[in-house]
Design a protein around this ligand. Structure first.
Ligand SMILES: NC(=O)c1ccc[n+]([C@@H]2O[C@H](COP(=O)([O-])OP(=O)(O)OC[C@H]3O[C@@H](n4cnc5c(N)ncnc54)[C@H](OP(=O)(O)O)[C@@H]3O)[C@@H](O)[C@H]2O)c1
Length: 376
């Protein structure tokens, strides 16, 4: 008699063979997962570069799928079906690293990621990073809260929404001045001990704050803002992380869409879209940034690449950058953002980038406006 697991595999292979070419909904009806249905397609497309994530045992794609927009909040809403399809497209293209947070859509982003993971089937192949330390009220006023009590509440909610038993990377979203950093760190270490999380990450922390956390235990990653137009992290944080062996997943790699080259500088953003308040998107500055992107577009074209691919590739080539998060609303955006493997920007073109920035951006501004206003 064959062992049960052998029979199962036989049945799975049989189903895959029989249903080849059938529409997805037929296959799903017979209990197959997205990854089983699309296995051949996926294997053909998996060309995304992978990297060892600092001192962890994780091998992750250099592009991380950012899912703030998936939750809709601060991005003028979301189309859930499209958002799920975007997550599945990323997985299909070899992205195995997803960044989310409870606050993104107040649970919605984590829930949609969880649904997509379920549909995908092979949850173990995907590295999930989420966050803790922000809370909100009924009117969606957000405040920082990294107290042990809040973290212990949040972890269970995140596990449930994501439909996983363990979070691969658990990050404190923003430093909370009202709680001793040591206390928050101790709580994360407890979660690690009891198997609810694998690795500890910090987001939006400065060097001194990371150093305090390091006195309590290992910090595996840092998530700072970083892109061609927002370079603060390269002064101190990225070299510091490189020195300490802390992996980075830098955020805002496309500067909230600006670096994709889709804007003319005249756009007005609807209520509920954070770009409406973003000082980079205010009339005088907006056009400076757009003109710079037009010049990047020409360099990108010489590699046969889009402005988005050029911007993400640029970030990946900077010292101290391990992985780059790119947010995407649609499968099409995901496809564009995944074109970073198998090519490099030359040293001469990296120099040209600096010249363009110096020539075009006369009144630069950082990413500070994104910090939640309310501090306890
Ligand atoms: N730790 C933190 O505090 C923090 C803060 C910010 C972000 N993050 C993380 O980093 C991720 C990425 O940052 P981000 O979402 O702020 O911004 P981003 O990656 O710089 O830009 C993402 C946005 O640009 C547009 N876009 C993306 N790819 C495109 C393409 N190929 N063509 C045209 N438009 C495209 C989409 O918005 P539209 O379609 O609306 O234009 C998308 O939502 C977030 O999702 C989140 O996971 C973390």
């Amino acid at each position: 008699m064959r062992p049960l697991v052998g029979n199962l595999r036989l049945w799975q292979n049989f189903r895959r063979y029989i249903f080849q070419g059938f529409p997805h909904w037929v296959c799903f009806g017979f209990g197959m997962t997205y990854s089983q249905v699309n296995r051949d397609e996926r294997e053909g497309l998996q060309s995304m570069d992978k990297v060892r994530f600092g001192n962890t045992d994780l091998d992750v794609s250099v592009i991380v799928l950012g899912t703030w927009v998936t939750g809709g909040w601060a991005w003028g809403g979301t189309d859930e079906k499209e958002a799920r399809a975007a997550v599945l497209k990323a997985l299909e293209l070899g992205v195995n690293f997803i960044d989310t947070a409870p606050v993104y859509g107040f649970g919605k982003s984590e829930r949609i990621v969880g649904e997509a993971l379920k549909e995908w089937g092979n949850k173990d192949q995907v590295v999930i990073a989420t966050k803790c330390g922000l809370e909100w009220d009924d009117r969606q006023n957000i405040r920082r809260n990294s107290s042990p009590q809040r973290i212990l509440e949040e972890i269970d909610q995140s596990l449930k929404r994501l439909g996983v038993e363990r979070i691969d990377l658990y990050q404190i979203h923003w430093p909370d001045d009202s709680v001793l950093l040591e206390k928050s760190m101790e709580t994360l270490l407890k979660l690690q001990d009891n198997g609810k999380i694998r690795y500890v990450g910090l987001s939006n922390f400065n060097r001194e704050q990371v150093e305090v956390c390091l006195t309590v235990g290992p910090v595996h990653s840092l998530q700072p803002p970083y892109n061609l137009f927002e370079r603060e992290a390269e002064k101190e944080l990225l070299p510091f992380c490189a020195e300490k062996g802390i992996a980075t997943l830098t955020y805002g790699g496309l500067c909230r869409g600006l670096l994709t080259g889709k804007f003319s500088g005249k756009e007005e953003f609807p209520r509920g879209d954070l770009r409406r308040a973003d000082p980079k998107y205010k009339p005088d500055r907006f056009i400076q940034y757009v003109k710079a992107v037009e010049e990047f577009r020409k360099i990108a074209a010489s590699y046969g690449k889009s402005p988005a691919q050029f911007a993400l590739r640029w970030a990946l080539q900077q010292p101290g950058v391990t992985t780059v998060i790119a947010g995407a609303r649609t499968p099409r955006q995901v496809e564009d953002n995944c074109g970073v493997s198998g090519w490099k920007i030359s040293a001469e073109d990296l120099d040209r980038v600096e010249e363009i920035l110096a020539k075009r951006i006369k009144t630069p501004v950082g990413p500070e406006f994104m910090a939640p206003r309310s501090q306890r």
